[in-house]
Design a binder for this molecule. Sequence first.
Ligand code: UD1
Ligand code: MG
Length: 487
Amino acid sequence: MSQPHLRTVVVLAAGEGKRMKSSLPKVLHPLLGRTLLGHVLAAAEPLGADRTVVVVGHGADQVRAHLTEVAPAATPVLQERQLGTGHAVRMALDAVPDATGTVVVINGDVPLLRPETVVALVEAHEEAAAAATVLAAEVPDPTGLGRIVRDVQGRLEHIVEERDATPQQRALREINAGIYAFDVARLREALGKLSTDNDQGEEYLTDVFALLRDAGEPVAVHVAADHVETLGCNDRVELAGLRRLLRDRVNEGWMRTGVSILDPHTTWIDVTVTVERDAVLDQNTQLQGATTVGAGALVGPDTTLVDTVVGEGASVVRSHAVGAEVGPQASVGPYAYLRPESRLARKAKVGTFVETKKASIGEGSKVPHLSYVGDATIGDHSNIGAATVFVNYDGVRKHHTTIGSHARTGADNMFVAPVRVGDGAYTAAGSVIVGDVPAGAMAVARGQQRNVEGWVLRKRAGTAAAEAARQAGEGASEPGGSASEGD
Ligand code: UD1
Ligand code: MG
């Protein structure tokens, strides 16, 4: 089969999407790792178009800014007033006067479209040397969509919008998916002849088909293998429906490559994520952005990972991580929060109710319980006692704490940064460490204990505590009493 000699892709993204009821333009709504527009651009990517033109209008600045991020090579073209899909394509082609060959037009709101389907449409169009080819699909519920009207021989006669259709036409279930291939020269000519004689008073791109056909030009219908790919999105209920469908497609793909997904209905994986073989994703897990999960790792249940790298054989349980790196065989959670630039080396551990940020935790080192580790470097094989706070903020600036390797810091420590604890050093429980601790030293930084004997009996007479103290005292003084037994 010949390579499609493609010149131009036009994506229509100027509409407001009124029914979304949103300050965000419809095409910028997110769907498992990309915006609706991002998905459409990704589907067109393998065509290798010379030019990609995106028609912007509603929220043009937002859409342009998004394009700069995801498709800097694309050309945004402003359609100031949304006068219809035909008008939009006319604006787009004005921006590429030198375009020749095939132009592919895609509505910006069909995010489940697969690259293979776009390629197949273009191939069918070029093989048939058609002037225009529309991607169609048989759908269970055609409500709101343009219908493909065929003649007695089954050839495309015209495309009619639901609001302009007769009851008979409305009964048709073959719809226009809003994805087309055209010969650019003949498209240009037909666009010049569009009328606005329809219920919305707009220039309909779809009317090009009847115009070309009436002029004796060959027009064709390419039927999509799977109608799900052609589903559009007009409100948030439909968006949620598309999200479920895409979730299932993505999960199925990973399961077929050897990933265990224990509850596919509650596992949401962005299309931008990668998961290696024998990883296990437990229920209620979200993997987002540039997240990668290594072979044999366990993630979940109840875990969200954003732009996070999980190494081979690591485990992340009931936790939330953003921009973190979890080394091979490291362990996180249950109930940990890893913030950006948290880096756990091989076999490191961040345990329960622990928050980390800009923290590098060395091989085999552990922060097991109830701690905050911010702006810190911890060497290898060190242990941080429970309830430790790395005091990194003086109210104006952040400061760094460095803990060496094989250190053992006591429970309930405060490391008041900037401060350094040397290799093999110990710190006593309850210490507030404000000065450096040399390697191998034991730092004690807390008040001395003082016991005021008999205080409760004197100052809290008549309380249960005083009574307990009295009985403990009698027991101690009684010969053969339980407290002294065996002494
Ligand atoms: C369109 C088709 C319909 C098809 C359906 C598939 C027309 C006339 N109708 O209807 O046959 O079944 O898509 O989803 O084309 N847009 C612009 N500028 C405009 C108008 C629209 O850029 O002036 C963009 C929108 O942002 C959107 C796309 O074109 O991405 C389609 O517009 P929309 O209003 O959703 O058309 P539908 O009524 O869904
Ligand atoms: Mg639409």
